[in-house]
Ligand binder design. Structure first.
Ligand code: HEC
Length: 152
């Protein structure tokens, strides 16, 4: 095997291993969550309520309200079917990676909000909540209009 061919083969192996690992992680992530009899869109309505609680809580300097929203984002359930069934075949793998990435990112975002609120630093909490908005929007910009199926 020539050097180039070997490099290509190696790259292929690495890519397929990491793709497989990713897939497993998305499956595992969903498995680790409590399942609720709701669609993915209904889960998103819960996310929107949580975000509202956080933002209104920060503006009203109301820790209880902020914590309610944080708690939902941390412990949110999985919908009744695997989230990626709403995407077309070609978009499923990418959406899985997004789910894994943003599940962790949103946990980090709410942790930053929580820390700021515990210090009663409402300005900083607002900034941290804007970071959370970025996480929501980043996924939406790429995937919200790619939804092809309604979750049964
Ligand atoms: C991993 C990707 C991803 C992340 C992160 C994400 N969303 Fe979504 N969201 C979606 C997709 C996909 C849809 C479209 C669902 C559909 O139409 O079935 C959606 C739809 C929505 C909708 C519209 C629901 C409806 O009834 O049409 C709202 C509101 C929403 N998301 C809020 C949020 C909020 C708030 C956050 C952050 C706290 C968030 N989302 C984070 C993927 C994501």
């Amino acid at each position: 095997m020539k050097k180039n061919q070997f490099a290509v083969a190696l790259l292929g192996a690495v890519l397929s291993v990491s793709l497989f690992a990713e897939e497993k992680t998305a499956e595992e992530l969903v498995k680790s969550m409590k399942k609720e009899d709701i669609t993915y869109r209904q889960l998103m309505n819960g996310m929107a309520m949580a975000k509202n609680n956080i933002d209104n809580g920060i503006i009203g300097m109301n820790k209880m309200l902020v914590n309610r929203g944080i708690d939902f984002i941390r412990t949110h359930p999985a919908p009744r079917a695997k989230p990626w069934v709403i995407m077309g075949k070609d978009d499923q793998e990418g959406f899985k990676s997004m789910l894994v990435f943003y599940d962790k990112k949103m946990d980090e975002d709410v942790e930053a909000i929580e820390k700021a609120v515990n210090k009663k630093d409402w300005q900083k909490a607002l900034e941290a909540s804007n970071e959370l908005s970025n996480s929501c929007l980043s996924c939406h910009v790429v995937y919200k209009d790619k939804v092809q199926y309604i979750m049964e």
